[in-house]
Design a protein around this ligand. Structure first.
Ligand code: PHE
Length: 453
Protein backbone atom coordinates (compact mmCIF):
# COMPACT_ATOMS: atom_id res chain seq x y z
CA UNK A 1 0.00 0.00 0.00
CA UNK A 2 2.91 2.33 -0.21
CA UNK A 3 2.93 3.41 -3.81
CA UNK A 4 2.48 6.99 -2.67
CA UNK A 5 5.46 7.38 -0.42
CA UNK A 6 6.19 10.93 -1.57
CA UNK A 7 2.72 12.05 -0.59
CA UNK A 8 2.32 14.71 2.10
CA UNK A 9 1.35 13.73 5.64
CA UNK A 10 0.33 15.82 8.62
CA UNK A 11 3.58 16.90 10.25
CA UNK A 12 2.49 16.73 13.89
CA UNK A 13 0.00 14.93 16.07
CA UNK A 14 -1.60 18.11 17.34
CA UNK A 15 -1.88 19.42 13.76
CA UNK A 16 -3.60 16.21 12.72
CA UNK A 17 -6.07 16.36 15.63
CA UNK A 18 -6.86 20.05 15.15
CA UNK A 19 -7.36 19.70 11.39
CA UNK A 20 -9.69 16.71 11.79
CA UNK A 21 -11.56 18.36 14.65
CA UNK A 22 -11.83 21.44 12.41
CA UNK A 23 -13.68 19.33 9.87
CA UNK A 24 -16.08 18.00 12.48
CA UNK A 25 -16.71 21.28 14.30
CA UNK A 26 -18.93 23.44 12.15
CA UNK A 27 -22.45 24.71 11.68
CA UNK A 28 -23.64 21.32 12.89
CA UNK A 29 -22.35 22.05 16.38
CA UNK A 30 -23.22 25.70 16.73
CA UNK A 31 -26.39 25.98 14.70
CA UNK A 32 -27.93 22.52 14.31
CA UNK A 33 -27.16 20.98 17.70
CA UNK A 34 -28.84 23.65 19.84
CA UNK A 35 -31.85 23.64 17.51
CA UNK A 36 -32.24 19.85 17.69
CA UNK A 37 -31.64 19.82 21.43
CA UNK A 38 -34.22 22.60 21.80
CA UNK A 39 -36.81 20.49 19.99
CA UNK A 40 -35.85 17.22 21.69
CA UNK A 41 -36.16 18.14 25.37
CA UNK A 42 -32.69 19.51 26.15
CA UNK A 43 -30.87 17.10 28.47
CA UNK A 44 -32.81 14.06 27.24
CA UNK A 45 -31.61 14.79 23.72
CA UNK A 46 -28.06 15.21 24.97
CA UNK A 47 -28.03 11.73 26.52
CA UNK A 48 -29.41 10.11 23.37
CA UNK A 49 -26.98 12.11 21.24
CA UNK A 50 -23.97 10.92 23.22
CA UNK A 51 -25.20 7.32 22.87
CA UNK A 52 -25.51 7.82 19.08
CA UNK A 53 -22.00 9.24 18.90
CA UNK A 54 -20.60 6.22 20.78
CA UNK A 55 -22.61 3.49 19.07
CA UNK A 56 -22.85 4.81 15.50
CA UNK A 57 -20.63 7.85 14.98
CA UNK A 58 -17.45 6.49 16.52
CA UNK A 59 -17.48 3.17 14.60
CA UNK A 60 -18.20 4.94 11.30
CA UNK A 61 -15.51 7.54 11.87
CA UNK A 62 -13.00 4.81 12.68
CA UNK A 63 -14.08 2.92 9.55
CA UNK A 64 -13.38 5.95 7.34
CA UNK A 65 -10.01 6.38 9.05
CA UNK A 66 -9.14 2.75 8.30
CA UNK A 67 -9.91 3.11 4.59
CA UNK A 68 -8.01 6.40 4.24
CA UNK A 69 -4.93 5.42 6.19
CA UNK A 70 -4.63 1.90 4.77
CA UNK A 71 -4.89 3.10 1.17
CA UNK A 72 -2.86 6.29 1.69
CA UNK A 73 -4.54 8.01 -1.24
CA UNK A 74 -7.62 10.08 -2.11
CA UNK A 75 -11.11 8.71 -1.41
CA UNK A 76 -11.88 7.54 -4.95
CA UNK A 77 -8.59 5.61 -5.28
CA UNK A 78 -8.84 4.29 -1.73
CA UNK A 79 -11.98 2.21 -2.30
CA UNK A 80 -10.69 1.04 -5.66
CA UNK A 81 -7.33 0.03 -4.25
CA UNK A 82 -8.69 -1.79 -1.21
CA UNK A 83 -11.91 -3.16 -2.67
CA UNK A 84 -10.98 -3.84 -6.27
CA UNK A 85 -13.57 -4.08 -9.00
CA UNK A 86 -16.04 -1.80 -10.64
CA UNK A 87 -18.46 -1.32 -7.77
CA UNK A 88 -15.99 -0.08 -5.20
CA UNK A 89 -14.32 2.27 -7.62
CA UNK A 90 -17.66 3.98 -8.06
CA UNK A 91 -18.33 4.03 -4.33
CA UNK A 92 -15.10 5.97 -3.84
CA UNK A 93 -15.97 8.36 -6.63
CA UNK A 94 -19.40 8.80 -5.07
CA UNK A 95 -17.70 9.88 -1.81
CA UNK A 96 -15.72 12.52 -3.72
CA UNK A 97 -18.85 13.69 -5.48
CA UNK A 98 -20.73 14.04 -2.17
CA UNK A 99 -17.96 16.16 -0.65
CA UNK A 100 -17.98 18.44 -3.66
CA UNK A 101 -21.79 18.59 -3.86
CA UNK A 102 -22.17 19.50 -0.20
CA UNK A 103 -19.50 22.18 -0.45
CA UNK A 104 -21.56 23.93 -3.15
CA UNK A 105 -24.35 24.78 -0.74
CA UNK A 106 -22.30 24.80 2.47
CA UNK A 107 -20.47 27.88 1.16
CA UNK A 108 -23.80 29.65 0.67
CA UNK A 109 -24.58 29.35 4.39
CA UNK A 110 -20.95 30.17 5.19
CA UNK A 111 -21.34 33.34 3.11
CA UNK A 112 -24.31 34.33 5.32
CA UNK A 113 -22.14 33.92 8.43
CA UNK A 114 -19.51 36.18 6.85
CA UNK A 115 -22.20 38.69 5.97
CA UNK A 116 -23.42 38.72 9.60
CA UNK A 117 -19.88 39.15 10.88
CA UNK A 118 -19.25 42.13 8.59
CA UNK A 119 -22.68 43.64 9.31
CA UNK A 120 -22.34 43.35 13.08
CA UNK A 121 -18.85 44.83 12.90
CA UNK A 122 -20.07 47.70 10.75
CA UNK A 123 -23.09 48.50 12.91
CA UNK A 124 -20.85 49.23 15.86
CA UNK A 125 -22.13 49.37 19.46
CA UNK A 126 -24.79 52.00 18.79
CA UNK A 127 -26.04 51.00 15.34
CA UNK A 128 -29.24 49.01 14.89
CA UNK A 129 -30.68 46.72 12.27
CA UNK A 130 -34.13 45.26 11.93
CA UNK A 131 -33.10 41.66 12.53
CA UNK A 132 -36.65 40.33 11.99
CA UNK A 133 -36.49 41.17 8.33
CA UNK A 134 -32.73 41.37 7.74
CA UNK A 135 -32.21 37.69 6.99
CA UNK A 136 -35.10 37.31 4.52
CA UNK A 137 -34.12 40.46 2.67
CA UNK A 138 -30.43 39.62 2.59
CA UNK A 139 -30.78 36.10 1.13
CA UNK A 140 -33.24 37.31 -1.50
CA UNK A 141 -30.84 39.91 -2.92
CA UNK A 142 -29.20 38.78 -6.14
CA UNK A 143 -25.57 39.82 -5.70
CA UNK A 144 -24.73 40.42 -2.07
CA UNK A 145 -24.93 36.79 -0.84
CA UNK A 146 -23.03 35.62 -3.92
CA UNK A 147 -20.20 38.04 -3.26
CA UNK A 148 -19.89 36.92 0.38
CA UNK A 149 -20.06 33.28 -0.69
CA UNK A 150 -17.30 33.81 -3.27
CA UNK A 151 -15.09 35.64 -0.74
CA UNK A 152 -15.58 32.76 1.68
CA UNK A 153 -14.70 30.21 -1.01
CA UNK A 154 -11.52 32.14 -1.79
CA UNK A 155 -10.53 32.02 1.89
CA UNK A 156 -10.74 28.24 1.78
CA UNK A 157 -8.97 28.23 -1.61
CA UNK A 158 -6.12 30.27 -0.14
CA UNK A 159 -5.53 27.57 2.52
CA UNK A 160 -6.01 24.51 0.31
CA UNK A 161 -3.73 25.70 -2.46
CA UNK A 162 -0.83 25.75 0.03
CA UNK A 163 -1.03 22.02 0.56
CA UNK A 164 -1.47 19.72 3.55
CA UNK A 165 1.23 20.89 5.98
CA UNK A 166 1.66 24.53 4.98
CA UNK A 167 -2.04 25.04 4.33
CA UNK A 168 -4.52 22.81 6.17
CA UNK A 169 -2.33 21.96 9.15
CA UNK A 170 -0.79 25.37 9.68
CA UNK A 171 -4.10 27.21 9.51
CA UNK A 172 -5.90 24.66 11.70
CA UNK A 173 -3.27 25.27 14.37
CA UNK A 174 -4.18 28.96 14.33
CA UNK A 175 -7.93 28.84 13.69
CA UNK A 176 -8.95 26.08 16.12
CA UNK A 177 -7.33 27.54 19.27
CA UNK A 178 -8.89 30.88 18.32
CA UNK A 179 -12.25 29.18 18.01
CA UNK A 180 -11.92 27.64 21.49
CA UNK A 181 -10.85 30.93 22.98
CA UNK A 182 -13.89 32.72 21.54
CA UNK A 183 -16.17 29.95 22.80
CA UNK A 184 -14.83 30.21 26.32
CA UNK A 185 -15.29 34.00 26.36
CA UNK A 186 -18.86 33.65 25.04
CA UNK A 187 -19.71 30.91 27.57
CA UNK A 188 -18.59 33.17 30.40
CA UNK A 189 -20.67 36.10 29.05
CA UNK A 190 -23.71 33.88 28.67
CA UNK A 191 -23.38 32.52 32.21
CA UNK A 192 -23.72 36.06 33.53
CA UNK A 193 -27.08 36.65 31.85
CA UNK A 194 -30.04 37.02 34.25
CA UNK A 195 -31.78 33.69 33.57
CA UNK A 196 -28.66 31.63 32.88
CA UNK A 197 -29.66 28.98 35.44
CA UNK A 198 -32.87 28.18 33.54
CA UNK A 199 -30.94 27.82 30.30
CA UNK A 200 -28.45 25.44 31.91
CA UNK A 201 -31.25 23.53 33.52
CA UNK A 202 -32.86 23.05 30.14
CA UNK A 203 -29.63 21.83 28.58
CA UNK A 204 -28.60 19.46 31.35
CA UNK A 205 -31.81 18.26 33.05
CA UNK A 206 -33.34 15.50 30.96
CA UNK A 207 -37.03 15.87 30.20
CA UNK A 208 -37.84 12.40 28.95
CA UNK A 209 -41.44 13.30 28.13
CA UNK A 210 -40.09 15.14 25.06
CA UNK A 211 -38.21 12.10 23.90
CA UNK A 212 -39.80 10.29 20.97
CA UNK A 213 -38.59 7.81 18.38
CA UNK A 214 -38.20 10.70 15.94
CA UNK A 215 -35.95 12.49 18.43
CA UNK A 216 -33.68 9.46 18.54
CA UNK A 217 -33.48 9.42 14.75
CA UNK A 218 -32.84 13.16 14.78
CA UNK A 219 -29.98 12.62 17.22
CA UNK A 220 -28.53 9.93 14.99
CA UNK A 221 -28.71 12.15 11.89
CA UNK A 222 -27.14 14.94 13.89
CA UNK A 223 -24.27 12.66 14.97
CA UNK A 224 -23.61 11.76 11.32
CA UNK A 225 -23.58 15.33 10.18
CA UNK A 226 -21.66 16.69 13.09
CA UNK A 227 -18.85 14.18 12.76
CA UNK A 228 -18.59 14.81 8.97
CA UNK A 229 -19.31 11.16 8.23
CA UNK A 230 -19.85 9.96 4.66
CA UNK A 231 -18.49 13.03 2.90
CA UNK A 232 -15.02 11.72 2.12
CA UNK A 233 -13.40 14.29 4.46
CA UNK A 234 -12.40 11.84 7.19
CA UNK A 235 -11.10 9.31 4.67
CA UNK A 236 -9.06 11.97 2.86
CA UNK A 237 -7.61 13.42 6.07
CA UNK A 238 -6.82 9.91 7.36
CA UNK A 239 -4.76 9.33 4.23
CA UNK A 240 -2.41 11.97 5.67
CA UNK A 241 -2.19 10.26 9.09
CA UNK A 242 1.07 8.59 10.04
CA UNK A 243 1.32 4.84 10.55
CA UNK A 244 1.78 5.44 14.28
CA UNK A 245 -1.57 7.23 14.69
CA UNK A 246 -3.93 5.19 16.83
CA UNK A 247 -7.15 5.29 14.88
CA UNK A 248 -9.66 4.33 17.58
CA UNK A 249 -8.12 6.71 20.08
CA UNK A 250 -8.06 9.53 17.51
CA UNK A 251 -11.71 8.93 16.58
CA UNK A 252 -12.54 9.05 20.28
CA UNK A 253 -10.66 12.32 20.76
CA UNK A 254 -12.28 13.97 17.74
CA UNK A 255 -15.77 12.85 18.84
CA UNK A 256 -15.10 14.18 22.34
CA UNK A 257 -13.94 17.58 21.04
CA UNK A 258 -16.91 17.76 18.69
CA UNK A 259 -19.39 16.95 21.46
CA UNK A 260 -17.72 19.39 23.83
CA UNK A 261 -18.07 22.18 21.28
CA UNK A 262 -21.74 21.32 20.73
CA UNK A 263 -22.38 21.44 24.49
CA UNK A 264 -20.49 24.73 24.76
CA UNK A 265 -22.64 26.13 21.96
CA UNK A 266 -25.65 25.08 24.05
CA UNK A 267 -24.14 26.85 27.08
CA UNK A 268 -23.79 30.01 24.97
CA UNK A 269 -27.19 29.90 23.34
CA UNK A 270 -29.70 28.59 25.89
CA UNK A 271 -28.97 30.95 28.81
CA UNK A 272 -29.01 33.89 26.37
CA UNK A 273 -32.30 32.74 24.82
CA UNK A 274 -34.00 32.19 28.17
CA UNK A 275 -32.79 35.56 29.40
CA UNK A 276 -34.25 37.27 26.33
CA UNK A 277 -37.50 35.30 26.65
CA UNK A 278 -37.07 33.45 23.35
CA UNK A 279 -38.03 29.79 22.91
CA UNK A 280 -34.89 27.72 22.31
CA UNK A 281 -36.65 25.58 19.68
CA UNK A 282 -37.03 28.45 17.21
CA UNK A 283 -35.60 26.22 14.47
CA UNK A 284 -32.93 27.11 11.94
CA UNK A 285 -33.83 30.79 12.18
CA UNK A 286 -32.34 30.72 15.71
CA UNK A 287 -28.85 31.76 14.70
CA UNK A 288 -29.73 34.27 11.99
CA UNK A 289 -32.90 35.89 13.31
CA UNK A 290 -33.33 35.27 17.02
CA UNK A 291 -29.75 35.50 18.26
CA UNK A 292 -28.75 38.95 16.95
CA UNK A 293 -31.76 40.31 18.89
CA UNK A 294 -30.99 38.17 21.91
CA UNK A 295 -27.51 39.68 22.25
CA UNK A 296 -28.88 43.19 22.09
CA UNK A 297 -31.74 42.51 24.50
CA UNK A 298 -29.70 40.68 27.08
CA UNK A 299 -26.74 43.02 27.13
CA UNK A 300 -28.83 46.09 26.32
CA UNK A 301 -27.47 48.02 29.32
CA UNK A 302 -23.90 47.69 27.97
CA UNK A 303 -24.03 48.36 24.21
CA UNK A 304 -20.32 47.79 23.78
CA UNK A 305 -20.54 44.36 25.40
CA UNK A 306 -23.57 43.50 23.22
CA UNK A 307 -21.60 44.49 20.15
CA UNK A 308 -18.47 42.55 21.15
CA UNK A 309 -20.55 39.45 21.93
CA UNK A 310 -22.31 39.47 18.57
CA UNK A 311 -19.11 40.13 16.64
CA UNK A 312 -17.40 37.28 18.51
CA UNK A 313 -20.33 34.96 17.93
CA UNK A 314 -20.33 35.49 14.17
CA UNK A 315 -16.53 35.30 14.07
CA UNK A 316 -16.94 31.93 15.78
CA UNK A 317 -19.39 30.78 13.12
CA UNK A 318 -17.08 31.93 10.32
CA UNK A 319 -14.11 30.08 11.84
CA UNK A 320 -16.10 26.90 12.39
CA UNK A 321 -17.52 26.87 8.86
CA UNK A 322 -14.15 27.74 7.33
CA UNK A 323 -12.34 24.74 8.84
CA UNK A 324 -15.20 22.47 7.69
CA UNK A 325 -15.22 23.94 4.18
CA UNK A 326 -11.45 23.43 3.97
CA UNK A 327 -11.89 19.73 4.74
CA UNK A 328 -14.62 19.45 2.12
CA UNK A 329 -12.56 21.21 -0.50
CA UNK A 330 -9.63 18.88 0.12
CA UNK A 331 -11.72 15.84 -0.93
CA UNK A 332 -12.17 16.73 -4.64
CA UNK A 333 -8.86 18.61 -4.76
CA UNK A 334 -6.87 15.53 -3.71
CA UNK A 335 -8.83 13.48 -6.25
CA UNK A 336 -8.24 15.86 -9.16
CA UNK A 337 -4.56 16.25 -8.29
CA UNK A 338 -3.85 12.56 -7.82
CA UNK A 339 -6.18 10.88 -10.29
CA UNK A 340 -6.60 13.42 -13.06
CA UNK A 341 -3.04 14.65 -13.26
CA UNK A 342 -3.76 18.30 -12.39
CA UNK A 343 -1.32 20.38 -10.36
CA UNK A 344 -2.53 21.23 -6.86
CA UNK A 345 -3.09 24.84 -7.91
CA UNK A 346 -5.16 23.87 -10.94
CA UNK A 347 -7.13 21.27 -8.97
CA UNK A 348 -7.97 23.81 -6.26
CA UNK A 349 -9.05 26.37 -8.87
CA UNK A 350 -11.34 23.88 -10.63
CA UNK A 351 -13.00 22.97 -7.33
CA UNK A 352 -13.41 26.61 -6.27
CA UNK A 353 -14.71 27.63 -9.70
CA UNK A 354 -17.35 24.88 -9.88
CA UNK A 355 -18.45 25.56 -6.29
CA UNK A 356 -18.82 29.28 -6.88
CA UNK A 357 -20.87 28.64 -10.04
CA UNK A 358 -23.20 26.07 -8.44
CA UNK A 359 -23.24 27.96 -5.13
CA UNK A 360 -24.43 31.05 -7.03
CA UNK A 361 -27.34 29.05 -8.44
CA UNK A 362 -28.21 27.80 -4.91
CA UNK A 363 -27.99 31.33 -3.59
CA UNK A 364 -30.15 32.78 -6.36
CA UNK A 365 -32.77 30.13 -5.63
CA UNK A 366 -33.65 32.13 -2.50
CA UNK A 367 -34.29 35.24 -4.59
CA UNK A 368 -34.61 35.70 -8.35
CA UNK A 369 -34.72 31.95 -9.09
CA UNK A 370 -37.15 31.07 -6.31
CA UNK A 371 -39.72 29.73 -8.74
CA UNK A 372 -37.31 27.08 -10.07
CA UNK A 373 -38.64 24.27 -7.91
CA UNK A 374 -38.79 20.49 -7.95
CA UNK A 375 -41.12 18.57 -5.60
CA UNK A 376 -41.99 21.94 -4.07
CA UNK A 377 -38.37 22.68 -3.07
CA UNK A 378 -36.10 25.39 -4.43
CA UNK A 379 -32.58 24.48 -5.56
CA UNK A 380 -30.93 25.28 -2.23
CA UNK A 381 -33.45 23.15 -0.31
CA UNK A 382 -33.04 20.36 -2.85
CA UNK A 383 -29.26 20.32 -2.37
CA UNK A 384 -29.80 20.23 1.38
CA UNK A 385 -32.47 17.54 1.27
CA UNK A 386 -30.73 15.25 -1.19
CA UNK A 387 -27.38 15.43 0.57
CA UNK A 388 -28.55 15.09 4.17
CA UNK A 389 -31.33 12.59 3.63
CA UNK A 390 -30.20 10.49 0.69
CA UNK A 391 -26.50 10.83 -0.09
CA UNK A 392 -25.16 10.76 3.45
CA UNK A 393 -27.04 7.65 4.64
CA UNK A 394 -26.23 5.91 1.34
CA UNK A 395 -22.58 6.71 1.68
CA UNK A 396 -22.64 5.70 5.37
CA UNK A 397 -24.16 2.36 4.32
CA UNK A 398 -21.38 1.83 1.75
CA UNK A 399 -18.69 2.57 4.34
CA UNK A 400 -20.11 0.25 6.98
CA UNK A 401 -20.64 -2.54 4.47
CA UNK A 402 -17.19 -2.09 2.97
CA UNK A 403 -15.27 -2.03 6.23
CA UNK A 404 -17.50 -4.44 8.16
CA UNK A 405 -17.97 -7.09 5.48
CA UNK A 406 -15.72 -6.58 2.49
CA UNK A 407 -12.35 -5.45 3.77
CA UNK A 408 -9.87 -8.20 4.54
CA UNK A 409 -10.20 -8.92 8.25
CA UNK A 410 -6.46 -9.08 8.92
CA UNK A 411 -5.89 -5.69 7.30
CA UNK A 412 -8.77 -4.20 9.29
CA UNK A 413 -7.47 -5.51 12.63
CA UNK A 414 -3.95 -4.45 11.68
CA UNK A 415 -5.08 -0.87 11.12
CA UNK A 416 -7.22 -0.80 14.25
CA UNK A 417 -4.53 -2.21 16.50
CA UNK A 418 -1.49 -0.68 14.76
CA UNK A 419 -0.16 -4.09 13.87
CA UNK A 420 -0.91 -5.56 17.29
CA UNK A 421 0.54 -2.72 19.38
CA UNK A 422 -2.90 -1.88 20.82
CA UNK A 423 -5.19 -4.35 22.60
CA UNK A 424 -7.76 -5.74 20.13
CA UNK A 425 -10.74 -5.80 22.52
CA UNK A 426 -12.11 -2.36 21.67
CA UNK A 427 -11.38 -2.95 17.99
CA UNK A 428 -13.45 -6.12 18.07
CA UNK A 429 -16.38 -4.28 19.68
CA UNK A 430 -16.22 -1.61 16.98
CA UNK A 431 -16.15 -4.20 14.21
CA UNK A 432 -19.16 -5.92 15.79
CA UNK A 433 -21.05 -2.62 15.86
CA UNK A 434 -20.06 -1.88 12.26
CA UNK A 435 -21.25 -5.24 11.02
CA UNK A 436 -24.55 -5.57 12.80
CA UNK A 437 -25.76 -2.45 14.55
CA UNK A 438 -24.64 0.48 12.37
CA UNK A 439 -26.31 -0.78 9.14
CA UNK A 440 -29.58 -1.13 11.02
CA UNK A 441 -29.26 2.41 12.43
CA UNK A 442 -28.47 3.82 8.97
CA UNK A 443 -31.56 2.22 7.44
CA UNK A 444 -33.71 3.83 10.15
CA UNK A 445 -32.16 7.27 9.57
CA UNK A 446 -32.64 6.89 5.84
CA UNK A 447 -36.30 5.86 6.13
CA UNK A 448 -36.96 8.72 8.48
CA UNK A 449 -35.11 11.18 6.20
CA UNK A 450 -37.27 10.33 3.19
CA UNK A 451 -40.39 10.60 5.29
CA UNK A 452 -41.41 6.92 5.68
CA UNK A 453 -41.68 7.49 9.42
N1 PHE B 1 -19.30 18.38 10.56
C1 PHE B 1 -19.63 19.67 10.08
C2 PHE B 1 -20.49 20.40 11.07
O1 PHE B 1 -20.68 19.98 12.16
C3 PHE B 1 -20.40 19.60 8.85
C4 PHE B 1 -19.61 19.37 7.69
C5 PHE B 1 -18.27 19.17 7.72
C6 PHE B 1 -20.25 19.36 6.59
C7 PHE B 1 -17.58 18.92 6.61
C8 PHE B 1 -19.58 19.15 5.51
C9 PHE B 1 -18.25 18.88 5.55
O2 PHE B 1 -20.99 21.44 10.75
Amino acid sequence: MSSNNSRADFGSKIGMILATAGSAVGLGNIWRFPTEAGKGGGGAFLIVYIACILLVGLPLMTAEFVVGRAAHTNTAQAYKRLGGGWLWRHVGQFGVFIGWFILCYYIVVSGWTLNYLVTSLRLGPYGAANWDTYFGEMVARPWEPIVYMAVFMLMSHFVIVRGVQKGIEKFSKILMPLLFLIMVVLCVCSLFTPRAAEGLDFLFTPDFSQLHFKTVLGAMGQAFYSLSIGMGCLCTYASYFSKETRLVKTAFQISAIDTLVAVMAGIIIFPACFSAGIEPDAGPSLVFIALPKVFHDVFGAWPILAWVVSVLFYALLVLATLTSAISLQEVPTAYLAEDCGLSRGAATSVVSGVCIALGAVCSLSMGPLSDWTLFGKNIFDLFDFVSSNIFLPLSGACITFFVGWRLERSLLMDELTNGGAVSPTLARCLVGLLKYFVPFAIVLVFLSGIGIF
